[in-house]
Design a binder for this molecule. Structure first.
Ligand SMILES: COc1ccc(S(=O)(=O)[C@H](CC(=O)O)C(F)F)cc1
Ligand SMILES: [Zn+2]
Length: 159
């Protein structure tokens, strides 16, 4: 873990959405809100969505090179990356086959899971070696994600 945010109320916004036909922008925004809620439920952090203007956490879907020296690599491989506090940028690879389990979809990369992991980084968590924890370095699909006690220990050591 690293230095946490110096405040408990964090604003967030989406700048660029995934271009997939499989998920509407509303569904994408809702997935982000639910992923943030996982962390809010275990801390006294509050997240509030802002449609435009400045925000602490800024979410973008990009393909390939997108100006931060960490180009995305197309389907699979690197799925997303996020700055640690108080960076606030979260980028997702637009070329992934994003889906949402709650829509009954089956194949591809589950957006809610990846978002929850990235927001863990945004809030100050680094990777864990505890298999089964959300902050384990590798993506693995699970139908109903919840925070592992190792994730909770980590976030509560920061907030
Ligand atoms: C479970 O959530 C994730 C696991 C692994 C990744 S990743 O394979 O894209 C990882 C980025 C990351 O750990 O956030 C990669 F090394 F770039 C993203 C989300
Ligand atoms: Zn990670």
């Amino acid at each position: 873990a690293v230095e946490p945010w110096p405040k408990k109320k964090l604003s967030w916004k989406m700048e660029k959405y995934a271009t997939t036909k499989k998920l509407t922008q509303t569904e994408q925004r809702d997935a982000m809100a639910r992923a943030l809620d996982l962390w809010a439920n275990k801390t006294n952090l509050k997240f509030n969505y802002v449609k435009s203007g400045s925000a602490d956490i800024v979410i973008n879907f990009f393909a390939g090179a997108h100006g931060d020296g960490q180009p995305f690599d197309g389907p699979s491989g690197v799925l997303a990356h996020a700055e640690l506090p108080t960076g606030g940028t979260v980028h997702f690879d637009d070329k992934e086959n994003w889906f949402l389990n709650r829509k009954g979809q089956k194949s591809g990369i589950e957006l809610f899971i990846v978002a929850a992991h990235e927001f863990g980084h945004t809030l100050g968590l680094v990777h864990t070696n505890v298999r089964g924890a959300l902050m384990y370095p590798f993506y693995s699909y699970s139908p109903n994600l919840s925070l592992h006690k190792d994730d909770i220990k980590g976030i509560q050591s920061l907030y």
